[in-house]
Design a protein around this ligand. Structure first.
Ligand SMILES: Cc1cc2nc3c(=O)[nH]c(=O)nc-3n(C[C@H](O)[C@H](O)[C@H](O)COP(=O)(O)OP(=O)(O)OC[C@H]3O[C@@H](n4cnc5c(N)ncnc54)[C@H](O)[C@@H]3O)c2cc1C
Length: 441
């Protein structure tokens, strides 16, 4: 069986197939596994391709981590939560649910409303929360409808969920927001100790241990079907290599690549993959001195900062001890792209310098901070306004032995990718079982 793409969804799928004894080959175009959750090496530092965090409460991801051997001690929590700077002062958003409730932007009514929301989602199964009727409204409409004050929305929900969903307009469907609230209430956000790429590297190692193959630098150009075999897939073609045979194909790429690969095989599925991107631009800095302390993120809660806006700053070296102690500090500054795309990196650099001056006036930013990498991810996530998640394709395409994984069949997150990989593996296993019981190959 061939899996196209070695991001989290492709590797989860390959792992579950290999565990069931299905021979599997993963073909990855890049020279490393991990896709959007890959960790680069810049200088002597591990560097995530843009800031992200995973919630320890992500149910399927927690199982994946356990199965590939990543333990609780390998996951570093943001134990000091987040800090919001509203342009005038710092406000700490403690990591605990009761700490969140004490957030100063909340009126007494907002605290009651948040407590009610928390108690609604606390015990419910995540799948039910995601499928709830709230998915018909945007997060903003939902929060307004529940009576949250503008201050709570602009001071808390927008800076926090605007970054998590790469959408400061809070246009994602409200059931997805409720799912994220549930994840935050159930446990801390964490980063694997070697960066997010650790999950994929360990998953790929486990696939190989189980006899699977993971090949890098293998860009799949097309899926090969045989007209004399009821249009079933025979394998794929790989740039510079040629045909690679397989009993089935799982497409586990980002949506645009999946759309291209499936365009001639299943037009309806390809059309359903025509989702809108949410982009993120990240600036990675090396610092001679520490800009901020603690395992925390700094969220930009300023109402107006112009078109080049830094939304989140995190000194990742406070969390990841995997760089040598004398290698200085490393900081990621994240900017959520606007509707017209990402801001010019030069303008973002200026915005970061200005922000550093406002946030930490004594810090010699110009002297201490060196920009080492600009990471543009126009396809960081896909937008999930109301209706979009309902229209996403399932794992089965119109071709019996071609399946689709990728977060785009679930929701735009690490957990979405893992869920999608598991679903595709289940569908592919069922096909194998059906073929065997009907006496096929
Ligand atoms: C900056 C950023 C911040 C994020 N923040 C968070 C967060 O805080 N929390 C969270 O839960 N999620 C976050 N996400 C989302 C999360 O990282 C993704 O949802 C998840 O990693 C998607 O995994 P995937 O396997 O579906 O896709 P990908 O990771 O995109 O994997 C697809 C793979 O397919 C490969 N590929 C593509 N075309 C071909 C081809 N033709 N042949 C072979 N290989 C191919 C690609 O190279 C890639 O490796 C963030 C993402 C980004 C980029």
């Amino acid at each position: 069986m061939i899996v196209v793409g070695a991001g989290l969804s492709g590797l989860t799928c390959a792992l579950r197939l290999a565990e069931s004894g299905v021979p599997v080959t993963v073909l990855e175009a890049a020279d490393e596994v991990g896709g959007r959750a890959r960790t680069l090496s810049v200088g002597r530092h591990p560097l995530d391709r843009g800031f992200q965090s995973l919630f320890l409460a992500y149910p399927r991801t927690a199982r994946l981590l356990r199965d590939v051997g990543i333990r609780r001690r390998d996951l570093v929590p943001f134990d000091r939560g987040a800090v919001v700077h509203d342009g005038a002062s710092w406000v700490r958003m403690s990591a605990s649910p009761s700490g969140v409730m004490r957030f100063p932007a909340f009126s007494a009514g907002d605290v009651r409303r948040l407590a009610a929301l928390a108690s609604e989602v606390a015990a419910a199964p995540s799948a039910r929360v995601l499928a709830g009727d709230e998915r018909h409204a945007t997060a903003l409409e939902y929060l307004q409808g529940r009576g949250f004050t503008e201050r709570a929305i602009d001071g808390f929900f927008r800076p926090l969920f605007g970054v998590i969903t790469a959408d400061r307009d809070l246009g994602s469907d409200a059931a997805y927001l409720r799912f994220l609230v549930q994840m935050m209430l159930r446990g801390p956000a964490v980063i694997p100790v070697e960066g997010h790429g650790m999950i994929s590297r360990w998953a790929a190692a486990r696939v190989r241990q189980l006899g699977g193959v993971v090949r890098m630098g293998a860009r799949v150009a097309g899926i090969v079907t045989a007209p004399d075999d009821r249009g079933h897939a025979r394998g794929v073609t790989v740039d510079g290599v040629g045909a690679v045979a397989g009993a089935a194909v799982v497409v586990a790429t980002e949506a645009p690549a999946a759309r291209n690969l499936l365009a001639d095989l299943d037009r309806q599925c390809a059309r359903a993959l025509d989702v809108r991107p949410r982009g993120v631009t990240s600036l990675a800095y090396e610092l001679d001195a520490s800009f901020h302390s603690g395992r925390t993120i700094i969220l930009n809660g300023e109402a107006e900062t112009g078109p080049a806006r830094i939304d989140l700053v995190c000194q990742e070296s406070n969390l990841l001890p995997s760089a040598p102690a004398d290698a200085g500090a490393r900081l990621l500054a994240t900017s959520v792209d606007g509707p017209d795309g990402g801001a010019d990196p030069g303008a973002l650099e200026e915005a970061m310098t200005a922000l550093a001056g406002r946030w930490n006036p004594g810090f010699p930013w110009a002297r201490c901070a060196r920009l080492v990498e600009v990471i543009r991810q126009p396809w960081a996530q896909f937008a999930v306004p109301p209706g979009v998640r309902d229209a996403l394709p399932g794992p089965q395409t119109a071709v019996g032995n071609v399946f689709i994984a990728g977060d785009v069949t679930a929701h735009p997150s690490i957990e979405g990718a893992v869920v999608a990989g598991e679903r595709a593996a289940r569908a592919a296993r069922e096909m194998v079982a059906a073929t065997r019981s009907s006496g096929g190959a």
